[in-house]
Each structure stands twice: as C-alpha cells, then as structure tokens.
Design a protein around this ligand. Structure first.
Ligand SMILES: [Zn+2]
Length: 334
C-alpha cells in the first residue's frame, strides 16, 4: 500500500507492476526467513512464526541464541537461501536470453531483477549489525573464544557504529535506512540486556530457584477445605495432584469468589505449564514466565510434585542483571 500510495500519477498498469514487485520482494523475504526456521527446527528449536514488516522479515524462534554453533547455523541459513535464490534466478535469466549486467532492480527482465534483489537481500542481511544476521554470525564467531556477554558487547559496538552510519546516510539519501538504523539500535539494547541476564543465570535450572516443597493438594479437595489451610500461608501456591500426576497449580487468587464446595480440580490453573526441575532458567523458564501471566508454576519431577517456581524468586535473581555477580553471590541467590 505504502509503495503504491507513494507513486502518485503513475498509470494503473505501472502501479500494478509495482505492487507485483512488492509481492516478489516479500516472497523473497519469506523464503529467507523460512530457511532460518528450517535450520532452527533441525536443531530442535521451536518456531512460532514469521512476521513480515515493511523493513523486512523476522522469524520468531524460541531458545535462541543458544550455543554459538546453533546461532551461527540458524543465522547463516537465511542469507545462504537468498544467495541460492539469486543463483537460480540469475542462471534462469541468462538461459532465457536476459542479461545480468548492469545490476538492475526496477527495469529489465524479471528474472534478472529477482536475482539482484535476492543478492541484495543476502548482502544487506550480512552487514555485521546485531540483531541482523551478519551481527549474529559475528557474535557466534566471537563467542567461540570468549563468553557470550563479552562477545555480545563487541558485536553491539560494531552494530552501533553501523546503525549510526545508516542513520547519517539515511538522512542524506533514503529515509528507510533511518528506520533500519533505529531498528538496529533498539535490537542492540535488547541483545545486551538479554546477554547480561544470561550471564547471570547461565547454568541455573528451575530446581535451583524454586521453593523446594513436595506438598501438594489432591484435585478432589474442596475450595472450603483448601481455604482453611491456605489462609495461614496466603502467599503460597500448591501443585494440584490428580491421580498420581501433577495437573496444575492453585493459589489464593484462584479460590476467591469460587463456590465453597467446588473441587480444586475445577478451579485450579491447568493452562500454565508444569515445569521440570531440570529446565534451564535461560531461556526456557524465562520464556514461560513471559508467555503466561501467572505468578507461580508447579514443578514436577517425573509426575511427582517437587515444588513451586515463584515469579518473584526469578525477578529477585534478575535484579542483579547488569552487574557481574561473583560465584558465592550466585550460590546465595540460588
Ligand atoms: Zn535473516
């Protein structure tokens, strides 16, 4: 729409071709993103979706950045797919009598245009500006010889310089570059925060942070019975046991306004996941916390109640993010 609106006075057919060209651009971006997603799925990461934005695409993959080898593989997959598409369309252009030189995006044969478009897409994404693909590749390479936080810091400085250049060049030539520069600056901030958090909680699992207590409540207990008990410990939550396995969690907030004779089975929260004690805090448990608006999560070990993970405990742990904790401090926090 934006491209079509910004081409006033053009003939209907010119606008039609322009719209088709924009569709081709997004098709190329989609193939690029799908390639990231396939690489991630091959490594067992969960792909939630692809978002197409006016400035490009974004794959939503949970569990990233992960180990450097995984980040490298996932990051490079997109540009490689774009180079592959460029080769295929370029060869097809030559085979059908088109020419690839001089470079063209807006005139000449469609196959030649697509070839240059995909090559441009690969090249642009490989700029070493975190969170773009090239920046991820750079960080993953740096992380082979140093820790994640210091690798992220170096990649972030490079990205800030490139983003600054983009904004300056954008002011002179192309407003889109300013948008992308701002996008990079925002992304760099998020990457730095995430790396600081990771440094702080790396190696910690749910079992290190949860309240360790095998107490649970059977699903057939009534609201009135549980209220009598929980009133003495109003801040506590309990795993709910149905048969021999944990099916959910219940806290005071779930009991308020419920009929006194209702069984806990019908009022407890079964939608938030029951966590495994061996689940890593970063990124798995943090992703659960950001996805579910719940302050406590049941933890079960092979189906048996093991404890409760409280959001407040995790937040307390994260409050130290930004400063570098000494080892004894980490143990105490855990
Ligand atoms: Zn990419």
């Amino acid at each position: 729409m934006l491209v079509v609106i910004s081409a006033p006075g053009s003939s209907a057919s010119a606008v039609g071709w322009l719209a088709l060209w924009v569709l081709a651009l997004f098709a190329a971006v989609t193939v690029h993103e799908l390639s990231h997603c396939l690489a991630a799925a091959r490594r067992g990461l969960e792909v939630e979706g692809i978002v197409l934005l006016p400035i490009g695409g974004m794959s939503q993959i949970s569990g990233l950045p992960g180990p450097p080898a995984v980040e490298l593989e996932v990051a490079i997959a997109g540009p490689l797919a774009s180079v592959g598409l460029a080769l295929v369309t370029g060869l097809a252009a030559l085979a059908t009598g088109g020419s690839l030189w001089p470079p063209t995006l807006f005139s000449g044969s469609w196959l030649a245009r697509l070839a240059w478009l995909n090559l441009l897409l690969a090249g642009f994404n490989m700029l070493p500006a975190l969170p773009m693909d090239g920046g991820r590749v750079l960080r993953a390479l740096l992380a082979r010889r140093r820790n994640q936080l210091s690798a992220t810091r170096i990649a972030a400085h490079v990205a800030q310089v490139i983003a600054g250049l983009m904004i300056v060049v954008g002011l002179l030539f192309d407003l889109w570059l300013i948008l992308i520069g701002l996008f990079v600056l925002l992304g760099v901030g998020a990457e730095l925060r995430s790396a600081a958090i990771r440094q702080l909680v790396d190696g910690l699992v749910v079992a290190d942070v949860m309240a360790r207590d095998p107490t649970s409540v059977p699903a057939e207990v009534t609201v009135a019975e549980l209220v009598a008990w929980i009133a003495a410990f109003p801040d506590r939550a309990l795993p709910v046991l149905e048969g021999s396995s944990v099916v959910g969690v219940v806290a005071m907030v779930d009991l308020i306004g419920r009929p006194a004779d209702a069984p806990i089975a019908s009022v407890c929260d079964r939608t938030s996941p029951v966590l495994d004690p061996s689940m890593a805090i970063f990124p798995a448990a943090l992703e659960v916390l950001s996805r579910y608006h719940r302050d406590e999560f049941a933890v079960a070990d092979a189906g048996l109640p093991a404890g409760v993970l409280y959001r407040s405990s995790v937040e307390q742990l994260l409050r130290g993010a930004g400063r570098r904790p000494s080892v004894p401090e980490r143990r105490r926090a855990a």
